[in-house]
Design a protein around this ligand. Structure first.
Ligand code: CP
Length: 309
């Protein structure tokens, strides 16, 4: 593929290939050198039109560790603030001959649109409610390492599903790899087209978590609830916040995940998040760098193959 725009465009064998390559980058990142030259001579531009800590930092580190020339556009200080459109901004950067463009944007579909206008490879770092493919890939690698496989697992994705591109990308990926996915949360925070996904839906945490292998918690995304129903944090924590009592319904070796940023005491109890026997939240961050290295490596190989042809 030319771009990484969403999990919906990946075949199961492409997911496996990317995760296998990411494993080699986990080793590289744990080594003393942490460096390779597979992106040497290539230019990577990161454009984040929305805030980010993990995705931005790990894409930047990934590019630098692979030897790319990495530029972070400060979008808050860019000419988009003077009214320049996304497309004009993209065309302007395209004229500087980047090879890899990493884009996060608040509007669903914005990254796909941008990919049609530029010559380089585009990686979606999260677009609106649509997709966050590298998050689902890093979650998949974390699950595969913790559970020894990425199929026939029972996985509960819990909380604010309606506003979550992370949930959407994970649902698609975990479904493609033949896992049983459950969505758990208040009906007000479930997407309207829930039947399309062919998954079980629960509004009770204890029923939803019963005997699952993986508990994936999501942030309550209040900034995306303009005009809609916003639950009180206290009530939400009581009914849907993951604490030891609710977690006891999952399998005894179930792992706890959260893509971050995390609201402690809202969707998750801080002691669960910090429990190294259950929580793999820090491993998710570590896998994020490796998965982004693998994604950019594979896209760069395709770029080179195309220019050699
Ligand atoms: N999980 C995730 O996308 O985090 P950031 O918003 O900090 O990048």
């Amino acid at each position: 593929a030319k771009h990484l725009l969403g999990i919906e465009y990946l075949a199961p064998d492409e997911i496996t290939t990317l995760l296998d390559l990411a494993e080699t980058y986990v080793e590289l990142n744990r080594s003393k050198t942490k460096h390779s030259d597979v992106l040497a001579g290539l230019t990577q531009i990161n454009m984040f039109f929305e805030n980010s800590t993990r995705t931005q930092a790990s894409f930047e580190l990934a590019g630098k560790r692979l030897g790319a020339d990495v530029m972070n556009m400060a979008m808050q200080a860019s000419s988009t603030k003077k009214g320049e459109t996304l497309i004009d901004t993209a065309l302007t950067l395209n004229a500087m001959h980047p090879d890899l463009l990493v884009v996060r944007h608040p509007h669903s579909g914005a990254v796909n649109l941008l990919a049609e206008k530029v010559n380089c490879a585009v990686l979606n770092a999260g677009d609106g409610f649509h997709e966050h493919p590298t998050q689902a890939l890093l979650d998949a690698l974390t699950i595969r390492r913790a559970k020894g496989r990425l199929h026939r697992l029972s996985i509960a994705i819990c909380g604010d599903i309606a506003h979550s591109r992370v949930a959407r990308s994970n649902l698609i990926l975990l479904g493609k790899m033949e896992n049983r996915v459950r969505l758990v949360g208040p009906t007000t925070l479930m997407p309207s087209q829930i039947s399309e996904f062919g998954v079980e839906v629960f509004d009770d945490m204890r029923e939803g978590l019963a005997d699952v292998d993986v508990v994936m918690m999501l942030r309550l995304q209040k900034e995306r609830m303009d005009g809609g129903f916003i639950p009180s944090e206290r009530e939400y924590y009581h009914r849907y916040g993951l604490d030891a009592e609710k977690l006891s319904y999952a399998k005894p070796d179930a792992i706890v995940m959260h893509p971050g940023p995390m609201n402690r005491g809202v969707e998750i109890d801080g002691t669960i998040a910090d429990d190294i026997n259950r929580s793999v939240i820090q491993e998710q961050v570590e896998m994020g760098v490796a998965v982004r290295m693998a994604a950019m490596d594979l896209l760069a190989r395709n770029l080179r193959n195309r220019s050699a042809a």
